[in-house]
Design a protein around this ligand. Sequence first.
Ligand code: UT7
Length: 326
Amino acid sequence: MNTKVKILGTGSSAPDQVITNFDLEKMVDTTDEWITTRTGIKERRIAKEGESTSTFALLAAQRALRVARVSPEELDLIIVATVTPDMLFPATACLLQRELKASQAASFDLEAGCTGFVYGLSLAEKYLRGGGGERALVVGAETLSKIVDWQDRSTCVLFGDGAGAAVLGLSEEEGIIATYLGSDGGGAHLLELPAGCSRMPASPDTINGRLHYIKMNGNEVFKFAVKIMEEASREVIKKSGIAMDEIDLFIPHQANIRIINSAAKRLGIPEERVFVNVHKYGNTSSASVPLALDEAYQDGRIKSGDLILLVGFGAGLTWGSALIRW
Ligand code: UT7
């Protein structure tokens, strides 16, 4: 019996509309120079009217299924990791299940901030290993442009839209070697969207107070990120008994080039083994890791047998890592 779980294929998708730092200079009091030096971001993709998270989730999922040579009817599970579902309910995963006609799949959304995809990967792997089925689809998809305050320069320059997906299957070969997840709700207030749910339902006051937008303490999240990226990476490496210098490609959450460089430096991973695309997409939250994974694969940066280390952190606070043999 197959008890190992492998990634069979990946896919990604992003809106066509590009917003550059120079476009943002015309919208808020910022400069290309500030955004580039503080974050590494040069441009981001932004959804047009009528496009939502499921638009990009569907395209990414279809591509991943094509690469994996798996038909939607073969899926036993669909997880969509997102903080920007199409609606609070039903789950965006169910909307995706409907569009794919994945008639055998159980479907649900998962909210673990920017760590959502890594959480989803870990859960799906355990679901398949535990006998839940043979094939799973894990998607990280966001339209953060819809929850960003376009009047707040400290956040609106950071985020972007897109989706990435992976099809997982039971296999004889080693694939997902180990995962490691964690959380600390003590830092919940550092990154939140305060209004629109049970604590603070939508009202004229919440709208006037601009409470339906992302609020973030950037400095505190930055400090947490640098520390936890190293810790989560070391934990998953320890679990697997593999040495850090065996890692062929490090794919961290793409939030800020300074966080990425500092984590890589602490881990002793050389620049040429670190995948970066934050300059093109900004921070796409749950979509960031799978978007980077798929782009790395499409760019030929991943070969069969390579060891890949994924690591994420985000609102919650949450963190997670996964060690994968391609
Ligand atoms: O996925 C997880 C989510 N979040 C993150 O990973 C974000 C983590 N944090 C960060 O990436 C960084 O903290 C930021 C990029 C958000 C901010 O960079 P920073 O180097 O920590 O800057 P700062 O917040 O300390 O702000 C420095 C200055 C401030 O001005 P004063 O008080 O020194 O006069 C800000 O008002 O930069 C100002 N500032 C800006 N200036 C121009 C803040 N945003 C902007 C802006 N353009 N867009």
